[in-house]
Design a protein around this ligand. Sequence first.
Ligand SMILES: Cc1cc2nc3c(=O)[nH]c(=O)nc-3n(C[C@H](O)[C@H](O)[C@H](O)COP(=O)(O)O)c2cc1C
Length: 218
Amino acid sequence: MDAEQLAHMRRSYIRDGLLESESPQEPLALFDLWLEQAIETERPPTEANAMLLSTVDGSGQPHARVMLLKGLDARGFVFFSNYESAKGLDMAANPLAALTFFWPVLERQIRIEGRVEQISSAESDAYYAMRPLGSRLGAWSSPQSRPIESRDELDQRLQAIRQRFAGETSPPRPAYWGGYRLLPSRMEFWQGRPDRLHDRLEYRLQTDGSWSRSRLAP
Ligand SMILES: Cc1cc2nc3c(=O)[nH]c(=O)nc-3n(C[C@H](O)[C@H](O)[C@H](O)COP(=O)(O)O)c2cc1C
């Protein structure tokens, strides 16, 4: 797939909100509700570039969250976020991370492990500039992963940012927002097969830059 096409994959989220007043106090109940809704509603086409990003914080606690893959080249897998978010702090303390893709219709999983580094400012600027204006202003408005008082606070922050950049068609990229590249050292391809006897092929990067390949038991 060409890199340009991958970078342009995006969707607007307009279906629902998540308000304190309408949410159960108990997270398992909310999980149950959302799972049920997902079972009723999820159909192809899905966001095939959605992936789980797993990081580990300074205390050794792993954290995982869904992200969108926005670029891919021989060096590795590119995604974008807030450098001061929880994941950003994790990766600053420990650059080892993992990505997991799951494509249920194809019965496939890909696991990728390696070292993460920030991409160049020029690369981040180029991607930031092609995002819709709302997303660019959203990056300015959200102190990602930090507690905020209410939904209103977020809306007020966006209003203030809209005023600050009124009339600007290309607001600058916030210094705290940009891309990461995961440089893979291990990749595993999983294909579901009958009787739970799935195929798993593991590739490991060798010191000379080549990849070894082994079959793993399912
Ligand atoms: C489908 C989907 C795509 C997402 N894509 C991104 C993304 O590309 N970048 C990002 O920072 N957060 C993305 N998020 C939000 C993250 O999952 C997460 O909530 C956010 O980055 C904060 O994570 P942190 O507190 O661990 O840093 C996405 C969430 C979903 C459900």
